[in-house]
Ligand binder design. Sequence first.
Ligand SMILES: [Zn+2]
Ligand SMILES: [Zn+2]
Length: 474
Amino acid sequence: MTACSAILAQCPCSGSDGMGLLVSVAVVAGLFALLQWTGSTLKKEGTSTMRKIGKIAIVVVLVIVVGVVVVMKKGGSADDADQPTTRPAASAKAGIPKLLDLGSVTCIPCKMMAPILEELKTQYAGKFEVEFIDVWKDPAPGRKYNISLIPTQIFFDASGKELWRHEGFISKEDILAKWKDLGVTFGPTVPARVPAFERLEPAKPDTRAKDQICYMCDGDISAKTLVAVKTDKGLVRLCSPHCYFIMYSALTEDKTGFEKKVSVTDWSTGKMVPATTAVYLYGLDAKTGRPWVKAFADEAAAPKQRQADGGSIIGFEVLQRKELSHRCGFCDRAVYPEDTALVKAGGVYTWGCCPHCALGVAVRTGKDIEVRQPDALTGEMIVVKTLNGSVASMEPKTAVAWFGMRPKPGGKWGSAGCFHQANFVNIENLKKWLQQRPYETGKQISVQQALAAKMKMTPPQISKACKIGECAPK
Ligand SMILES: [Zn+2]
Ligand SMILES: [Zn+2]
């Protein structure tokens, strides 16, 4: 009953005209009569009968309330005979579509709408107008648009013609989806503002010897897993077979016979051996499910190690097939799913090798996507849904993106590469993560900004993204 009266109380039409007032009086009178009647029945009858009567009374009141809403709607249109019969056009400001929310600052669903309207106002500035009218303070628009409930949202096209209306709370995602259904699209939007934070000077200078740094991931090279690739420009050193396959998948040159240039480290002796003649012990980390790979020159040494570590013994070709079987849905790099974001694009799952690549799946596939990206520090899940190239929803709302950058020739700053990108559930986690990584430089951006940067890319730019033009040392 409270819910019904609340709806009634929220109806901006109630008491706003003669008919409404009459009906309201009738409702109060009806309720009063009901109470009188039930009260006297209680004296005469037993309590079980009373319960039945109570139920009947609720039904009767419900019927009255529903009736009132219908009567008021009818009454309203009859009274406003001098008003135009078609719904009035909104004052289309600059010839852009408009979302009009008629509500009040006090009703609960209206309050829930407020932050959504604010977000849309900022994010879609210049794309569509967002207007809120408090019909408790100013009941005229409620009559003008002939609304029955608050909040009511009315969608207008650029000419001011009403396209659709909705009563009650509606999520940001549903609003954006509705615009799309109505055939109104907006393209890339203004990035949501977030507190700016950047670190353009490393916390401490990177004094590691060049030959101790992995060409792909910038991580330390272990003497047990080093992979070396001979190129025209010198020797490329990688921290592991996995980083080698990432590099291989990012090459644009003709790769026929490329594996002949590659040597791996024999796990037992630390000597370099040709990658194609070695055997590999391939296992999965029990905790994370992430693969590990150990190379052996001697076929007899691998089974011995297997007794200790488990795993399977495989040749180079099988290893290559396994390593290349999962790819980034944006840049095509080889990935371990355990290291990546999971991306759902139109019912199909793929991966993003870094958070920016994950968002890039939206532009590469042209689909609305859902990205599940773990916080780089804590592993907490961040879920981003896109719609028409904009962020439709993000959980948690405090999530931020780190854009890892480094100085490029000519004094400009550019991406530091996929290994230096990360997302966090909040800025505090980003700062903690940076404390653990003194060499990282870049800036914090919003997830919307990261997406907008990707959405601007052209097909040729996408096909070149994250690729290594020629395999050359830095
Ligand atoms: Zn590496
Ligand atoms: Zn990628």
